[in-house]
Write a protein that binds this ligand. Structure first.
Ligand SMILES: [Zn+2]
Length: 295
């Protein structure tokens, strides 16, 4: 029945809410160029997405993402990049698993408390999707490590709970012109935006100063909240890597899950930003300013 309707958009009435299929993509998918039959079957349901093609899937397979942090945010993001079919993950996170990590760090196992977290993350991801290559770095993100890893990366995810490592990643991503997804949360609130170096605001444009009162492990976390943010960050990375969908660039998503309040704010580059303010001459930096409500 599907083959008889190739090239046409058809409505399948028995699906919930009248589901639309673009059958041209179904035909293309049959070629499987660059993807194994196992991969085609694994990703079959996402290849049904309108506008998400075999080419997008191959882009994911050919991509490397640096994930700074495998905790409640970064671990969730890494997991969803893995199940989506990312080619390679570089995971950076120092330290061993503690019981208080277990309310949110979904790649970890209680039986392995006291062991390296990135090692557990690698094991968990490889068990879920053996087609994903995972390299691990059980250390803090330093400028040297960031520079080395980003030399082979297509995008980076910022999921560390301290200003220093976030700024290291932001500076290095801007300098090497690699997109970075920035996400942070505190209690029931969070924010998300994507940095396209010299095109959209970087972290330093918006937050040029650290909060001296911030304690790295001193804020409340509910796993479902960090998980929501991690999923959103994975989605942003997929968009940036493939061109599928519209990422949060020059806009910031802020949310308060206490009342399920989601808002999008306009954000602007700071011409005087010491990280990205001296970009290329063709840059069209907007006047600096804190986030304002987007339309
Ligand atoms: Zn900047």
């Amino acid at each position: 029945m599907l083959m008889q309707m190739r090239g046409k958009r058809v409505c399948v009435p028995r699906m919930p809410g009248c589901f639309i299929l673009d059958l041209r993509r179904v035909i293309i998918r049959k070629s499987g160029d660059g993807l194994s039959s196992r991969e085609l079957e694994r990703y079959r349901r996402q290849l049904m997405l309108a506008g998400f093609t075999l080419e997008h899937q191959k882009m994911l397979k050919d991509s490397t993402v640096l994930v700074a942090g495998v905790g409640g945010v970064g671990g969730t993001a890494a997991l969803y990049l893995a199940v989506a079919g990312i080619g390679k993950l570089d995971l950076v996170h120092a330290g061993r698993l503690t019981p208080s990590n277990m309310n949110r760090q979904i790649l970890m196992r209680s039986s392995r408390i006291g062991e390296s977290r990135v090692a557990q993350a690698k094991n968990a991801i490889e068990a879920i999707n053996p087609d994903v290559a995972v390299e691990i770095h059980d250390e803090r993100l330093t400028p040297v490590l960031a520079d080395t890893l980003l030399s082979g990366a297509d995008a980076a995810l910022s999921g560390r709970p301290n200003f220093h490592e976030r700024r290291v990643l932001n500076e290095c991503c801007v300098r090497k012109e690699i997109p970075m997804v920035e996400g942070a949360m505190n209690a029931m609130e969070g924010y998300l935006f994507t940095v396209i170096p010299f095109k959209t605001p970087c972290l330093n444009c918006l937050y040029p100063e650290d909060n001296p009162e911030w304690e790295e492990l001193g804020f409340p976390v509910l796993g479902a909240v960090s998980g929501v943010l991690g999923c959103l960050m994975a989605l942003e990375a997929i968009k940036v890597l493939t061109g599928f969908g519209k990422p949060m660039t020059s806009r910031m998503l802020v949310f308060d899950l206490q009342g399920m309040d989601f808002r999008k704010l306009k954000i602007s580059r700071d011409r005087d930003c010491p990280v990205c303010g001296h970009g290329r001459p063709e840059d069209s930096a907007s006047p600096p300013g804190r986030p304002s409500l987007a339309k």
